[in-house]
Write a protein that binds this ligand. Sequence first.
Ligand code: ZN
Length: 53
Amino acid sequence: MAKKECEKCAKAYRLMYRVQYKPIKEWVFLCNDCVIEVRKDNEDYRYGGTWKG
Ligand SMILES: [Zn+2]
């Protein structure tokens, strides 16, 4: 099965979340743990879907 590398922790997972979390409007793939971390009190956080390998 395909895996993607998390933009933040650099680990590869089969289930990823497509999000924006920086002032720069750029879509990146993050793992579940990193999504939980970055979305706290984050006005730049935006969810764009789930990716499954
Ligand atoms: Zn991660």
